[in-house]
Design a protein around this ligand. Structure first.
Ligand code: G1P
Length: 287
């Protein structure tokens, strides 16, 4: 049943982050800081801006620092209470006050589709958003999830965020095919996970923002492994698109791939020059 109000955002966060070794040997990749804030916090802030305050993590072994980050730290707060450093915790404290957090573990790494299916126990039978924290998105106006929630309220169907990528990079993304029904909005006819450029239907690549209707779980339950022998969310949404409308939305804003060293450095430079380049240790405005 279509519901207007979305409240839950799922964060798949079980991956090992091998591209950032040795930094990620004993620390979750989601906790790598962009300047002074962990990557995952930017994602949670984007979810809150979109009205999604029920935050669900699919985590795994070695990820406990994420839970500690979104919790009170009595000793530390007592220590800096009444000093100028107190303001550095204002953002995270307000997140903790605003949101509820729930966690489940993906025991085996069997792909993004499998991670999302693992999150079913936290989501239940309602539409939800998925945010891959690796994809850092920056906007002057509404954040990407907020743009997508507005679309969901109009169309009540699954929606994936897309951007145009150079044709020789399609093998790094899920790629959609479809018909443009209004500027920047496509009705999806099919999608394929990480196609070789010669097989790619378009250069419209899926980025890590999804809104999914809960029937996706039924599809994931019976879906055979796809690319790389893993359960792919792209294949599940492609199945869904055969039965009902699925949209792909060219979001407004800029995405930086923090799953790569280069994208991570670009995001760091972007945040530093946008918020901190004032010769002080504190941001010139709220990041
Ligand atoms: C995942 C998805 C892919 C999507 C990408 C966006 O791939 O499988 O369809 O385009 O996220 O970041 P990953 O980057 O985890 O390999």
């Amino acid at each position: 049943m279509a519901r207007d109000t979305l409240s839950k955002c799922l964060f798949p966060a079980a991956g090992y982050g091998t591209r950032f070794l040795p930094a990620t040997k004993a620390m979750p990749k989601e906790m790598l800081p962009i300047v002074n804030k962990p990557l995952v916090q930017y994602g949670v802030e984007e979810a809150i801006e979109a009205g999604l305050t029920n935050i669900a993590f699919v985590s795994g072994r070695g990820k406990r620092a994420i839970e500690d980050h979104f919790d009170i730290s009595y000793e530390l707060e007592h220590q800096i209470s009444g000093t100028p450093k107190e303001q550095l915790l204002e953002g995270i404290s307000s997140i903790i006050d605003t949101c509820t957090f729930s966690y489940t573990r993906q025991v085996e790494m069997k792909g993004l589709g499998h991670a999302i299916l693992t999150g079913q126990t936290l989501i239940g039978d309602e539409p939800f958003a998925v945010l891959l924290a690796d994809d850092f998105c920056a906007n002057d106006g509404d954040g990407v999830l907020k743009q997508m929630v507005k679309l969901y309220q109009e169309y009540h169907c699954s929606i994936v965020a897309i951007e145009e990528v150079p044709m020789d990079q399609t093998q790094n993304y899920g790629v959609i095919d479809g018909t443009e029904i209004q500027e920047g909005l496509f009705k999806v006819s099919s999608m394929v996970e990480k196609p070789d450029p010669k097989d790619a239907p378009t250069n419209l690549a899926i980025i890590g923002r999804y809104i999914l209707t809960p029937d996706i779980f039924d599809i994931l339950h019976t879906l055979p492994p796809g690319r790389g022998g893993e359960i792919q969310i792209t294949d599940a949404i492609a199945e869904q698109a055969k039965k009902r409308m699925v949209l792909a939305y060219k979001f407004k804003g800029r995405r930086l791939d923090c799953g790569s060293i280069q994208g991570f450095v670009e995001a760091t430079n972007f945040v530093y020059s946008a918020y901190y380049d004032n010769g002080e240790n504190y941001p010139s405005k709220e990041p």
